[in-house]
Write a protein that binds this ligand. Sequence first.
Ligand SMILES: Cc1ncc(COP(=O)(O)O)c(C=O)c1O
Length: 403
Amino acid sequence: MSNGSPDAIGEPPVTDELTPPERTLMGPGPSDVHPRVLRAMSTPLVGHLDPFFIEIMDEVQELLRYTFGTENRWTLPISGTGSASMEAAIGNLVEPGDTMLVPTNGYFGGRMASMARRAGGEVVTVDAPWGEPLEPAAVEAALAEHDPDLFGFVHAETSTGVRQPAVEELTAAAADYDTLVIADCVTSLGGVELRVDDWNIDVAYSGPQKCLSCPPGASPLTLSDRAMEKVLSRETDSRSWYLDLSLLEGYWGEDRSYHHTAPVSNVYALREALRLVAEEGIETRWDRHERMAGALKAGVEAMGLEMNAAEEYWLPSLNAVRVPDGIDDGAVCGRLLEEYDLEVAGGLGDLAGDIFRIGCMGHSARPKNVIYTVTAVGDVLESMGAAVDPGAGVTATRNALEG
Ligand SMILES: Cc1ncc(COP(=O)(O)O)c(C=O)c1O
């Protein structure tokens, strides 16, 4: 301990008031946030155990059930981003020594594997190339070979723009081996057809910042009774205290007792985002995503670009477009941001440098954004010497939007 007067801490840093740029968010997420959601976030804070907030919690759970297409009692937002709901699912379901079957056809299947390993599980894989979905026969063969406790798949692979079709075939195969199914629905919930109960998905997790168009911070998760039984009968505690569903059950279940301080403003935002889903109607919302992304796709194809995923498993919420020869994807994204305030992204992992990832999610899935994106992408690519016809792209998008 010093015996004189303590050293001065120094001058406080001087920073400007926050004035973020007004971007158009057409990347892999976050998407543009609806003004109603932003307004909900700035309403007065209450305590996380306030009777008013307890009602909000009930409403959010009910709205989440509707959006997921489930009657699951265990349906809640997890505090944190999509990776938190993902880790809540995997970290609670995988017990040390369990085997989990995961896909290798994209970046987020790889993240599933890392989480399962950290939870003490043994990971086995079902393979498909990046940019292709899983084949039901390959899943069936992997189930027969490994007889895993859990099977995880990515419904909407944000790294490749692939929508996993034939989900019911995959879950039916898993049922034959008594294997619980965990679905990553981060980029599908609220934008792409998803029927958790009808498709017999045991656990589905998501994030709010994609097709729900809500700032990140409270991430949807739903578990069937059967899945929750496995969680509640674990022999060892899950490794994360924060994400332990048997403890979180005290707060989001009947008791409503303190576990951690819920991110109140994020829960408000999620409630408003889900109200928008309910007002629009979930099926109408799926159709809107398909129409808007269809117009985007018509535009990029008409200007001479190629989609990475085949039509049968094209993912409307994330359009993977092949980068033309000789063009640097990073330079294109940089110029779009600088000149158009438009966010789109390049590829990840096996597809780094090969694709652009153009999102069409939630509030971003509207005519204004789509026509703007096609115009801007065409302009920047043409100015960089790519063989594209921006005019043909804009015309095709306009025709698709009017059709
Ligand atoms: C398919 C998928 N899973 C998981 C995540 C992780 O979500 P977050 O980045 O919100 O933690 C993402 C994020 O992009 C995703 O696209």
